[in-house]
Write a protein that binds this ligand. Structure first.
Ligand code: MEV
Length: 309
């Protein structure tokens, strides 16, 4: 029997604009999907899954069987700590964990980059379209800069980010939100400049993250974190103008800001799902408590550095 797991993610900067070739920065979080696989002699594929959307499990089985030339039956169990359709990359984590557990059970060697590619194929085949962001972050872990136009995925320097995730409890469809933005963009040419602008914010954030990692004093670091928070606020405003904000997301964003967040924004596709706040370690508790007082779920997320394992 083989087991594998893979983390969910938050997008720190650049969602939606990444669909149009702009860079994005994503970060793996300490919430995981798990897969357990055992060959069987019946030739059947028996799936036991505690996940809402079975399409990603089934497609991952199909894709890995084809990739690794597998003809045998399997018993597979899949579970996940990541709420589905929340913008935290649950489908990517489920796909990557399933693919990896199958590869391990059949002793097929696969690199993290190979896993990211196969995971991306699963997402594309299920959803029709997907950027490589979620599956790459799930496979590699850490903080990644995704540059689709250069076909490049690059780990960013080690920095600690105190993130609070606020979950609206509203499920959303990434595909639907991507379609809404596309249609709005066709109606309003100004959205091209907004997407361009989001790309610019992401590039500035990338520089700041590198600067934080080499900052010479705590004061210098604090200044950079504050600047990063401000960029999150700007990115949030730009996402609102793409039309992916909701009342509940706005309530969470403002609750975080009022309670001392350095910055707060929608994360992922929007239209429900989650937002993230960047906080100092002292303010984290206060921000989570404020979110919960409003009836939302707060998640204190740590960065996952391991990726698929
Ligand atoms: C979804 O997590 C992020 C989007 O940019 C879509 C994608 O990158 O595939 C909205």
């Amino acid at each position: 029997m083989a087991t594998a797991s893979a983390p969910g993610k938050v997008i720190l900067f650049g969602e939606h604009a990444v669909v149009y070739g702009k860079p994005a920065i994503a970060c793996a979080i300490n919430k995981r999907a798990y897969a357990k696989v055992k060959k069987n002699s019946s030739g059947k594929i028996n799936i036991k899954a505690e996940v809402k959307d079975l399409r990603y499990v089934k497609k991952s089985i199909e894709v890995s069987f084809e990739q690794f030339n597998i003809g045998s039956g399997i018993d597979i169990e899949v579970s996940s700590e990541i709420p589905s359709a929340s913008g935290l990359g649950s489908s990517a984590a489920v796909s990557v964990a399933t693919l990896y557990a199958i590869a391990k059970e059949f002793r097929k060697s696969i690199s993290k980059s190979g896993l990211a590619k196969l995971g991306h194929r699963v997402e594309k085949e299920v959803q029709g379209a997907a950027s490589p962001t979620d599956t790459a972050t799930s496979a590699f872990g850490g903080i990644l800069l995704i540059e689709p136009s250069k076909n490049k995925i690059e780990p960013l320097d080690y920095v600690n980010l105190n993130l609070v995730i606020g979950y609206t409890g509203e499920e959303k469809s990434t595909k639907e939100l991507v379609r809404i933005v596309k249609e709005k963009k066709e109606r309003n040419k100004v959205l091209e400049s907004i997407i361009e602008c989001i790309g610019g914010v992401t590039c500035e954030a990338q520089e700041l993250i590198s600067e934080i990692s080499v900052a010479s004093s705590e004061k210098e670091k604090a200044k950079k974190y504050a600047a990063l928070g401000e960029l999150m606020d700007i990115n949030h405003g730009l996402l609102e103008s793409l039309g992916v904000g909701t009342l509940r997301l706005a309530q969470l964003v403002h609750a975080a800001r009022i309670n001392g967040a350095l910055g707060a924004k929608i994360t992922g596709a929007g239209g429900g799902g989650c937002m993230i706040a960047l906080a100092s370690s002292e303010k984290r508790k206060k921000i989570s408590a404020a979110m919960e007082k409003l009836g939302f779920t707060a998640i204190n997320a740590e960065i996952d550095r391991e990726g698929a394992k």
